[in-house]
Design a protein around this ligand. Structure first.
Ligand code: NAG
Ligand code: NAG
Ligand code: NAG
Ligand code: NAG
Length: 439
């Protein structure tokens, strides 16, 4: 009952937003300027190791982040992370929990827009029970290894396992508006190459930016998958960005402005952050990922992207409870004058029905057509479109290299958004062949 006034406030806010926004995404990119920062190519420096885990830092000065290597079974890998970054895990879980409470209590100015049904549940049940209800609806579609890893992490870091599980539902309850790109063939400077972009536009005011981390998993054997890297934050084991040792990578966009081909959303199914994680961890070909997406019980409206340098090929996916449609450069949708098909490129700017951002993205691709490289995407595509406020990853899948930039942390200075900051180069082949600790 204590939540009721809040709920009414939230509801009226959501209704007025919807009304103002009309049928497609609002706003257009302000005028961007190229990102002229050099790329940081420094190798990671070793910090410490524990049983089944090694901690490194990469990047000099302000844009540094952690690289956490973990080995073993899911439980052991969770335990190793919880031991190596115990303090940060505690801080992160507390900060995300507080952020969720704040966002629900004072929805004005919020940057993570909770879905209406979730706010309704919170109003009726409170935050804890609303999250537990969500857990019940998604649990049986989630890989059990996911919960083993969370348990290991909670035990090692001394955080509440239930709270840790609850914050992992955040992806399913909110919508990011992000951008992606897959480019090959004639569009690129290099022959026989595959380049992929994942730009994450989400909550720059949230706590995530203070915990940037790449977690490199080295599963004990194939039962638990292949080596892969999750690009995200300490203690966050769902995937939204990352690459695996089969030179495959993921991209994702939350869809707030679908068309009728998406159908109705569902709450019962696999959270997309777990599905994307399974792609990284278990899939060795694009075909396997396409089959996984097709056959999974899907929930919310998204555009996904999967690239595989071995072919090389990239597909984007219209993803919803009822649709799983795969696009290459010849059948890319939505079909609109503001989303022109470009040979050897698949791209999506910010949302499905989103003319302004797609126009600018298409223009920057065409301006750089034939000379697209990771560097030109970083310098002249992403910052002009102004996408990727929280995180940007550019994957040169053919060279097995990734470039990662993160939003300004509260302890850093300089520009606010990831797309304006310095990117750090990651040699993924080296990361995947890291030797386990000898102890
Ligand atoms: C724990 O983590 C927080 C946030 O990252 C940091 O400010 C603090 O200095 C850390 N404390 C210790 C003892 O390492
Ligand atoms: C919302 O943002 C405005 C302008 O940035 C600020 O003045 C105001 O205090 C914020 N309100 C809340 C509730 O955070
Ligand atoms: C993988 O390792 C687990 C745990 O050590 C073991 O139970 C399982 O049998 C192994 N699977 C294979 C295929 O070796
Ligand atoms: C890809 O998967 C489909 C099933 O969806 C299968 O029929 C086809 O043979 C597979 N192709 C390759 C190259 O593995």
């Amino acid at each position: 009952m204590a939540y009721l006034p809040t709920f009414l406030l939230v509801l009226s806010f959501v209704v007025s937003l919807r009304y103002l926004d009309a049928a497609h995404c609002s706003g257009s990119p302000p005028t961007g300027t190229p990102n002229l920062n050099g790329i940081d190519e420094g190798a990671p420096t070793f910090v410490r190791s524990v049983s089944n885990g090694k901690l490194y830092e990469v990047g000099s000065g302000e844009d540094a982040f952690k690289i956490v290597h973990v080995w073993g079974t899911p439980y052991q890998m969770g335990y190793a992370q919880g031991s190596l970054v115990k303090n940060e895990t505690q801080q992160m879980v507390a900060a995300v929990w507080k952020y969720m409470e704040d966002q629900i209590a004072v929805p004005i100015n919020n940057t993570i827009h909770f879905r209406n049904w979730f706010l309704y549940d919170v109003a009726n049940l409170g935050l804890d029970l609303a999250l537990d209800l969500e857990h019940l609806l998604t649990k049986r579609f989630t890989n059990p290894a996911f919960f083993d890893e969370l348990r290991g992490m909670a035990e090692a870091a001394g955080v509440d396992e239930k709270k840790l599980m609850r914050i992992h539902l955040l992806g399913e309850l909110t919508k990011g508006s992000c951008s992606m790109l897959g480019a090959w063939g004639q569009s690129l400077e290099a022959a026989n190459s595959l380049l992929q972009l994942r730009a994450l536009d989400w909550a720059v005011d949230g706590p995530f930016k203070d915990f940037p981390q790449v977690t490199v998993y080295h599963p004990v054997n194939s039962t638990y998958g292949i080596p892969f890297a999750n690009f995200g934050w300490t203690a966050w084991i769902g995937s939204i960005t990352g690459m695996n040792s089969q030179r495959m990578a993921i991209s994702e966009i939350g869809v707030s402005f679908p068309d009728e081909t998406f159908g109705k959303e569902s709450r019962v199914g696999v959270p997309f952050t777990q599905l994307l994680r399974d792609i990284l961890q278990y899939d060795t070909s694009l075909n396997q990922s396409m089959n996984r997406i097709t056959n999974s019980r899907r929930t919310c409206d998204l555009i996904l992207g999967v690239g595989d340098a071995k072919i090389p090929a990239f597909r984007s996916v219209e993803y919803s409870a009822s649709a799983a449609d795969f696009f290459d450069d010849t059948n890319m949708r939505p079909e609109a004058s503001w989303h022109p098909r470009i040979s050897d490129v698949v791209y999506h700017g910010m949302d499905w029905d989103c003319p302004a951002f797609n126009e600018v993205l298409a223009k920057q691709i065409l301006v750089n057509y034939g000379s697209l490289t990771a560097e030109t995407v970083i310098r002249d595509v992403v910052p002009i479109v102004q996408t990727g406020n929280v995180q940007v990853a550019v994957y040169d899948l053919t060279q097995n290299i990734a470039y990662l930039a993160n939003a300004r942390a509260s302890y850093e200075t300089g520009p606010t958004y990831a797309y304006e900051r310095t990117y750090i180069k990651l040699d993924m082949g080296k990361l995947f062949s890291e030797r386990p600790p000898t102890q």
